[in-house]
Design a protein around this ligand. Structure first.
Ligand SMILES: [Fe+2]
Length: 129
């Protein structure tokens, strides 16, 4: 079995589990740019103790090279408390904004894990000016 078989993908406009990758199509050579990865931009994903996004991981794969990990972001508060589910005082929203730089074109790959619907992925190609 390939690791690819673990992941599901779809159009983020209709499937709430697919990471939405937002960054320039062409990034400045060697200068930091902002990258945002979120879920549920068109169709909201729940954020409850029973059903939530646990983590987002971001990778960069150069056009001619191996993949590198850009970031690993865990969302660890989902309304848990000693009083029971969804009674806690804090929830982490499943959204990441980070900065990165590169001097080569490639593919940004985002992965997300829903605690009950599994692994999802999406990708975006970037060019370098
Ligand atoms: Fe889900």
């Amino acid at each position: 079995m390939s690791v690819d078989e673990l992941f599901q993908t779809a159009d983020w406009k209709t499937e709430k589990h697919v990471p939405v990758i937002e960054c320039p199509d062409t990034v400045p050579n060697g200068d930091f740019f902002d990258l945002k990865v979120s879920l549920g931009r068109e169709v909201a994903h729940p954020n409850t103790t029973e059903h939530h996004i646990r983590w987002v991981r971001i990778y960069f794969k150069p056009a001619d090279g191996t993949a590198y990990e850009v970031g690993n972001f865990e969302f660890t508060a989902h309304g848990e408390s000693a009083k029971g589910p969804n009674t806690g005082p804090v929830y982490t929203h499943h959204e990441v904004i980070c900065s990165l730089k590169t001097n080569v074109p490639g593919r940004i790959v985002a992965m997300a894990f829903c605690n009950i619907h599994g692994l999802w992925e999406s990708a975006k190609e970037i060019q370098v000016s």
